[in-house]
Every structure is written in structure tokens, then in C-alpha cells.
Design a protein around this ligand. Structure first.
Ligand SMILES: Cc1cc2nc3c(=O)[nH]c(=O)nc-3n(C[C@H](O)[C@H](O)[C@H](O)COP(=O)(O)OP(=O)(O)OC[C@H]3O[C@@H](n4cnc5c(N)ncnc54)[C@H](O)[C@@H]3O)c2cc1C
Ligand SMILES: *[C@@H]1O[C@H](CO)[C@@H](O)[C@H](O)[C@H]1NC(C)=O
Ligand SMILES: *[C@@H]1O[C@H](CO)[C@@H](O)[C@H](O)[C@H]1NC(C)=O
Ligand SMILES: *[C@@H]1O[C@H](CO)[C@@H](O)[C@H](O)[C@H]1NC(C)=O
Ligand SMILES: *[C@@H]1O[C@H](CO)[C@@H](O)[C@H](O)[C@H]1NC(C)=O
Ligand SMILES: *[C@@H]1O[C@H](CO)[C@@H](O)[C@H](O)[C@H]1NC(C)=O
Ligand SMILES: *[C@@H]1O[C@H](CO)[C@@H](O)[C@H](O)[C@H]1NC(C)=O
Ligand SMILES: *[C@@H]1O[C@H](CO)[C@@H](O)[C@H](O)[C@H]1NC(C)=O
Length: 531
């Protein structure tokens, strides 16, 4: 990391005489402001540059936002040093340019690069240094890194250290850690954000702060309060966690004919109470299977997808005792290293080199819309069967529901420890996903989005209420939005804010009002400032 004090002084000298926050779209002034440094000019892309589209598209992870009709940013900047990032923020402030920070680009609603209002994107693609320290079991991770890169860098240095983060390796740490971040280690170690011990942040005044200089309120807010709200994170310091040399994985598929409904019903009672070393999630997909007459028959397959932080011999008795109905056999289980389990969950074939984790390209990118729910009470079998009915409609060829168990460590962490509030009492989280490939964008989008809204509406009686909680990293603009063109009131933001943050919403508003009163860092679902 470079010396930030020097940069800050320099920037102060350059800008101290200029006023901030003009309201018009002034991207040309913004570009001019950046250019005197001569350092950034080669990393400024406007639609005039031949590589603008490829720079923009490189991190688009939802094809819904890769169409000709999608509003495009006016400028994309890909700074190469912390000083340049600082300059981008100061120039944006000076010229009234609206900025969005982009890490891995996985935002479900594309908020890191799409808006109705004119934008400059600060893409952190060149900020990917990762420093793993096995002695004190920590790592500094620059915010443009992906979780796959972090996993890979850890595994280069240690076979018995890991980090609790998401399943898909292309996800960026910038947004992921800002919204919580969970994966297969959640029942043992909590979220990514629970394991952050320091950060380097550029605040709305362009200052570079660390945990000590930002203070505990702001440090609390950036660990789950959502990205693009409290500042631009340059880097995170994380605490690594212990993993055994060998872990055990399995995936058991059960169709409706193989009692999937009964097994899912039972899973709700046992999965949140398993020992914390055992994580079994369920992915439900529609499947066409041929019956004996060779006719295509519609059914569903529930994949019980699991990792156990131990050996097969330890796992089998636990399953026999708690969930014998699933019928897990020794031959269904595979022992492997933790990093291999990362690749297994990510869908890479066995034997793939860990290098695949360095790729920023998803195995398959499609159009999708998703939503989330939290479950406090097991859903009765009849309730589950109602979901399956919706799965057999025309729009839902590629529907998916993912059930992720809570419990374990998640029950022990206080719901106000960080802004992420979904702790004890939650049995599991549901993610609903619908994918589609149709080209006729608007019609297809409307048809599919309307299907997933119907599913969400059907689920109302079975899931959390007052508020109906949701996970911010599964961003869903259906649950409420800010007025991105004008002023957002506390009441307006509370509609969506209370779903993501519950009782932590007020403290987030308080911190935001203190650290970014002019609401410089904002998007359609960012915590508003009360001034
Ligand atoms: C294929 C796929 C798989 C996923 N799997 C999981 C999973 O297993 N577990 C899970 O918890 N989530 C998962 N997610 C959701 C993911 O955690 C969120 O979408 C996350 O916000 C993505 O971060 P990003 O940096 O890739 O995205 P971006 O779109 O770049 O950023 C998301 C938000 O954070 C802001 N932001 C990004 N970087 C910074 C920064 N440095 N400082 C301040 N703000 C910043 C952006 O402006 C935007 O508002 C998945 C998403 C996808 C598309
Ligand atoms: C930028 O480059 C131009 C020409 O290459 C030079 O004249 C100018 O002094 C440089 N500006 C700064 C701030 O370095
Ligand atoms: C993009 O175009 C501008 C002028 O239109 C130029 O100054 C800049 O260097 C170009 N950037 C790249 C990356 O080519
Ligand atoms: C693109 O180039 C044209 C002519 O070279 C110029 O007039 C225009 O301002 C440029 N647009 C942007 C967004 O830089
Ligand atoms: C996005 O669209 C462009 C064409 O406009 C295409 O070349 C690119 O492959 C698309 N991105 C993905 C991930 O499919
Ligand atoms: C289980 O089902 C999933 C989803 O349909 C499928 O992708 C996978 O190949 C199946 N696995 C096995 C072992 O049958
Ligand atoms: C389904 O469950 C019933 C009992 O509830 C059992 O008799 C039957 O064998 C099970 N079917 C399969 C395929 O496991
Ligand atoms: C399932 O079968 C139907 C009818 O044969 C077909 O139209 C559909 O595309 C198939 N769906 C999948 C997911 O294979």
C-alpha cells in the first residue's frame, strides 16, 4: 500500500480552492479534471474509445444488463493506484459527477454500472493485490479482487487455512463483503463480513482512512451495510480461518418420485441443527426425465449439496443419526482438500487446476432475476408442493430455488454485531432464481420477472414477516427504491432498508448522515443521509 498522507496533501493543494457538488452532468469537466495528472488519461474510457464496450461488458454478470437498450455509463475509469482512485473521487465531487464503484460486477440489479441517471464508473479491476500472512492468519485483499483469487492465494500458502465467502469464484470482494457474503463455511465461521478486521476506505471527502482513523461506527457500517454508500473500499483485511487438510463433499439428487418433498421437509428440521462442521444446502431445479415408456415427464430434482469439515468416517454416523432418510452411502462421498471443495461447489470438473479460480469469467452467464426470503418455521409439505406447481409453468423452464441452512455460528453472533441482521431464529434462507435466454428482451423480461413475482407472492404465508426480510447481496429493486433523481426520505428508504437491515437500519442512517451528509455515494438502494 502506498503512503496515503502524501497523496492526500497533494490533492488538497490542487482542490482546496474549488467548490464541490455542481448538479449538472459534467462528464467532460470530470474528464478534464482527471487529466492534469497525466496518470489516469490512459485509463479513461468514453463511448468514443474503441475498447469502451469491452471494458464495460467484461464484468457484466447478468445478461439482462448487456443489451443495446441498457443505459450506459458516460465514462469508465480504471485507476491503477490508490492515488488515482482518490483523484477520481475528488474530481467527481468537484464536478458533480455521479459515480458508481464496480468490483466484480455481480450486483443482481446491475447497480455498479447501470442507472437512469448519468454515471461515471470507477472500476477497480486493476486493484487486485492480495497479501496472505500465514503467521498471523490474515490477508489484505484489494477491493477489485474476486473471492476466487482470494481462495487461490490462500491455498498457495496453506492447505489448512481458508476464508468464509461465496460459492461462485467470480464474485468480487468489493460488493460481496460490503453486503455480508456467505458460502459453505457460514455455519462454522459466519459471513465474510464477520471476519473483516480492518479496511482502507476513501470517504466522501476523498480521505483515505483505516479502521483506526474511520472510527468504529463507520467500520461497523461498511461490514454489511451495502456497497457504494459509506465510501469506496480500497482494501479489506480479513482474518483467515482453520480448515482441515481433508474435507468431505457429496451431492445427492432426489426427484419428486424419490420423495424429494418429504426429504426437503425433514431437512428443514435437521439442517439448521447439525454440528457446525456440516453444511447441506438444497438446490431445486426443474428436470425433464424420461419415464419407462420413453415419454418426457416433468419432475423436479432436489440436489442435497454438502461439505463436511472432516472425514467420511466421521460424517456417516452423523447422517445416520440425524438424517438417515437421505440414504447417504460411503460411495456418495468424496474426500478432498478445502480448495478442491471450492472448485467442486463452483461446478468445475474433478481434477481441474486451481488456476480456474483466477478466471473472472463465469462458467455460464444468462439473463436472470432473483429474490430472497428468510424462514423461521418449517414449511409444510403442502406449501412446498405449491412451489412445484409454479415450477411447471411455461416461464419457469430454468427456475431454481436454493435453500441455505443457518444455525451454528450464525445463531451465536448478535444481530447488531454488524449491519447484517439475519441471525438466531432463522432456519434457512431461500433464494429464488429464474434464468432465461430469449433475445426479445423486453417481452421476455416482463414475462419471466412476472413469474418470479408470483412465486414470491405465493410464498408470503411461509416466510418471515414484519418485516419480510431479504439479503442485500441478492439485491431486488422490487422491494423498494430511492428517488435517484431527487431526495429520498427516511420513510421511503425504510421500506426496503428494514427488510435488508431490520433494527440496524436506523444506526446505518445515523452513520451515513455523519460521514456523507451530501449523499455523494448513492444508488437506487443506498442508505440515505438525513440532511
Ligand atoms: C453468479 C453469482 C453468484 C453469487 N454467489 C453468491 C454467494 O455464494 N454468496 C453470497 O453471499 N452472494 C453471492 N452472490 C451475490 C454477491 O455477493 C453480490 O452480488 C455482491 O454484491 C457482488 O459483489 P461484486 O463486487 O461482484 O459486484 P458489484 O456489482 O461490483 O458491486 C455490488 C455493489 O457493491 C458496490 N461496490 C463494489 N465494490 C465496492 C467497493 N470497493 N467499495 C464500495 N462499494 C463497492 C457496487 O457499487 C454495488 O453497489 C452471487 C452473485 C452472482 C451474480
Ligand atoms: C501532462 O503532460 C503534458 C504533455 O505530455 C505536460 O505538458 C504536462 O505538464 C503534464 N501535466 C502534469 C500535471 O504532469
Ligand atoms: C479514450 O479517448 C480519449 C479521447 O477521446 C483519450 O484521451 C484517451 O486516452 C482514450 N483512452 C483509451 C484507454 O484509449
Ligand atoms: C467524442 O468525440 C467527439 C469528436 O471527436 C467529441 O466531440 C465528443 O465530445 C466526444 N465524446 C465524448 C463522450 O468524449
Ligand atoms: C454482451 O454482449 C456483447 C455483444 O453486444 C457480447 O459480445 C458479449 O459476449 C456479451 N456478454 C456475455 C457475457 O455474453
Ligand atoms: C444432480 O442434479 C443437477 C441438477 O439437475 C445436475 O446438474 C447434476 O448433474 C446431478 N448430479 C448427479 C450426480 O446426478
Ligand atoms: C418414499 O417414502 C416412503 C415412506 O414414506 C417409502 O415407503 C418409499 O420407499 C420411499 N421411496 C423412495 C424412492 O425412497
Ligand atoms: C422439457 O420438455 C419439454 C417438452 O418436451 C420441452 O419443451 C422443454 O424445453 C424441456 N425443458 C428442459 C429444461 O429441458
Amino acid at each position: 500500500m502506498e503512503n496515503s498522507c502524501f497523496s492526500f496533501l497533494f490533492v488538497l493543494l490542487v482542490f482546496s480552492s474549488t467548490s464541490s457538488a455542481a448538479l449538472a452532468d459534467n462528464h467532460e469537466d470530470f474528464i478534464q479534471c482527471l487529466s492534469p495528472s497525466n496518470q489516469t488519461s490512459s485509463n479513461i474510457y468514453t463511448p468514443n474509445n474503441s475498447s469502451f464496450s469491452s471494458v464495460l461488458q467484461k464484468s457484466i454478470q447478468n445478461l439482462r444488463f448487456n443489451t443495446t437498450k441498457t443505459p450506459k455509463p458516460l465514462v469508465i475509469v480504471t485507476p491503477v493506484s490508490e492515488f488515482e482512485v482518490q483523484l477520481v473521487i475528488l474530481c467527481a465531487k468537484k464536478t458533480g459527477m455521479h459515480v458508481r464503484v464496480r468490483g466484480g460486477g455481480h450486483d443482481y440489479e446491475g447497480l455498479s454500472y447501470v442507472s437512469e441517471v448519468p454515471l461515471a464508473v470507477v472500476d477497480l479491476i486493476n486493484h487486485r493485490k492480495i497479501n496472505v500472512n500465514v503467521n498471523d492468519k490474515s490477508a489484505w485483499v484489494e477491493a477489485g479482487s474476486t473471492i476466487g483469487e482470494l481462495y487461490y492465494r490462500i491455498s498457495e500458502k496453506s492447505k489448512t487455512l481458508g476464508f468464509p465467502a461465496g460459492v461462485c469464484p467470480t464474485v468480487g470482494v468489493g460488493g460481496h463483503f460490503s453486503g455480508g457474503g456467505y458460502g459453505t463455511l457460514l455455519r462454522k465461521y459466519g459471513l465474510s463480513a464477520d471476519n473483516i478486521v480492518d479496511a482502507r476506505l476513501i470517504d466522501a471527502n476523498g480521505r483515505i482512512l483505516d479502521r483506526n482513523s474511520m472510527g468504529e461506527d463507520l467500520f461497523w457500517a461498511i461490514r454489511g451495510g451495502g456497497g457504494n454508500t459509506f465510501g469506496l473500499v480500497l482494501a479489506w483485511k480479513v482474518k483467515l480461518v482453520d480448515v482441515p487438510e481433508k474435507v468431505t463433499v457429496f451431492t445427492l439428487n432426489k426427484t419428486l418420485e424419490q420423495n424429494a418433498t418429504k426429504l426437503i421437509h425433514k431437512w428443514q428440521y435437521v439442517a439448521p441443527r447439525f454440528p457446525e462442521d456440516l453444511f447441506i444446502r438444497i438446490l431445486v431445479n426443474r428436470l425433464n426425465s424420461s419415464d419407462q415408456g420413453g415419454n418426457n415427464k416433468q419432475t423436479l430434482v432436489a440436489s442435497f449439496n454438502s461439505i463436511f469439515l472432516g472425514r467420511i468416517d466421521q460424517l456417516l454416523p452423523i447422517m445416520q443419526e440425524n438424517f438417515a432418510e437421505l440414504g447417504l452411502r460411503r460411495e456418495d462421498c468424496i474426500e478432498m482438500s478445502w480448495i478442491e471443495s471450492i472448485m467442486y461447489f463452483a461446478g468445475f470438473p474433478g481434477g481441474a487446476s486451481p488456476n480456474v479460480l483466477l478466471s473472472r469469467v463465469q462458467l455460464l452467464t444468462r439473463n436472470f432475476k432473483a429474490k430472497s426470503d428468510y424462514v423461521y418455521q418449517p414449511i409444510p409439505e403442502g406449501g412446498l408442493e405449491g412451489i412445484w406447481k409454479l415450477f411447471f409453468e411455461d416461464e419457469s423452464q430454468a427456475a431454481q430455488v436454493i435453500l441455505s441452512p443457518y444455525g451454528g455460528r450464525m445463531d451465536d453472533i448478535s444481530s447488531s454485531s454488524i449491519p447484517f441482521p439475519h441471525r438466531v431464529g432463522n432456519l434457512y434462507k431461500i433464494q429464488y432464481l429464474l434464468y432465461w435466454d430469449e433475445q426479445a428482451e423486453e417481452v421476455a423480461d416482463r414475462r419471466h420477472i412476472s413469474w418470479i413475482r408470483r412465486l414470491y407472492s405465493y410464498m408470503t404465508p411461509f416466510v418471515s414477516k414484519f418485516p419480510r426480510a431479504a439479503y442485500i447481496n441478492y439485491r431486488d429493486l422490487d422491494i423498494g427504491v430511492n428517488n435517484i433523481k431527487g431526495h429520498t426520505s427516511y420513510a421511503q428508504a425504510k421500506v426496503w432498508g428494514i427488510k435488508y437491515f431490520k433494527n440496524n437500519f436506523d444506526r446505518l442512517v445515523h452513520v451515513k448522515t455523519k460521514v456523507d451528509p451530501s449523499n455523494f455515494f448513492r444508488n437506487e438502494q443506498s442508505i440515505p443521509s438525513l440532511t
